[in-house]
Design a binder for this molecule. Structure first.
Ligand SMILES: Cc1cc2nc3c(=O)[nH]c(=O)nc-3n(C[C@H](O)[C@H](O)[C@H](O)COP(=O)(O)O)c2cc1C
Length: 153
């Protein structure tokens, strides 16, 4: 069994739904114990108790939310040597992939011990409040399956 922590922000619930669907996908491969939390409720050292960390954010002005940026910076203060992780975002329009790319860049710079095991997932929503565009949720499941199949537990 793998223990997973998903740290996410979600103003309108879409990124939360993505987080939940990724967890569903993981569960199809391996029985996991998942905890979903907002960054303000996570002590960085808590992450040490989990086998994998996923970080998700809506795209806010071309990047992750301030709460997620701050959380990544806080993770940099603890050693996460070799801890597997991955990022995901939701976005509405033109800035395709930007939030995940920025999260990955920030992690590589500030939390080099966190090992990104797959390229980040970007999920499209139909408007600021959603909904998630048709055909996007299966990608979340596949992403979860891909991560679970890479865990050595
Ligand atoms: C303040 C704000 C800024 C946003 N900026 C962008 C943006 O630059 N690019 C984009 O594609 N979507 C942008 N969006 C749309 C969000 O991506 C969308 O609201 C989000 O994916 C919905 O996820 P949530 O329900 O988890 O909050 C923005 C939304 C808000 C509220």
């Amino acid at each position: 069994m793998a223990k997973v922590i998903v740290v996410y922000e979600s103003k309108y619930g879409n990124t939360k739904q993505v987080a939940e669907t990724i967890v569903e996908g993981m569960n199809e491969i391996e029985r996991i114990e998942a905890v979903l939390k907002e960054p303000k409720h996570v002590e960085p050292t808590e992450v040490l108790d989990y086998d994998v960390i996923l970080i998700g954010s809506p795209n806010h002005i071309g990047g992750p939310t301030r709460g997620i940026r701050k959380f990544i910076d806080k993770l940099g203060k603890i050693g996460l040597e070799g801890k597997p992780g991955a990022v995901f975002d939701t976005y509405m329009g033109g800035d395709f992939n930007k939030a995940v790319r920025k999260m990955e860049k920030r992690i590589n710079e500030k939390v080099p011990g966190l090992k990104l095991i797959t390229s980040g997932l970007s999920i499209k929503v139909g408007g600021t409040k959603g909904p998630i565009v048709e055909g996007e949720l299966p990608k979340c499941k596949d992403f979860g399956k891909k991560i679970a199949s890479q865990l050595e537990t």
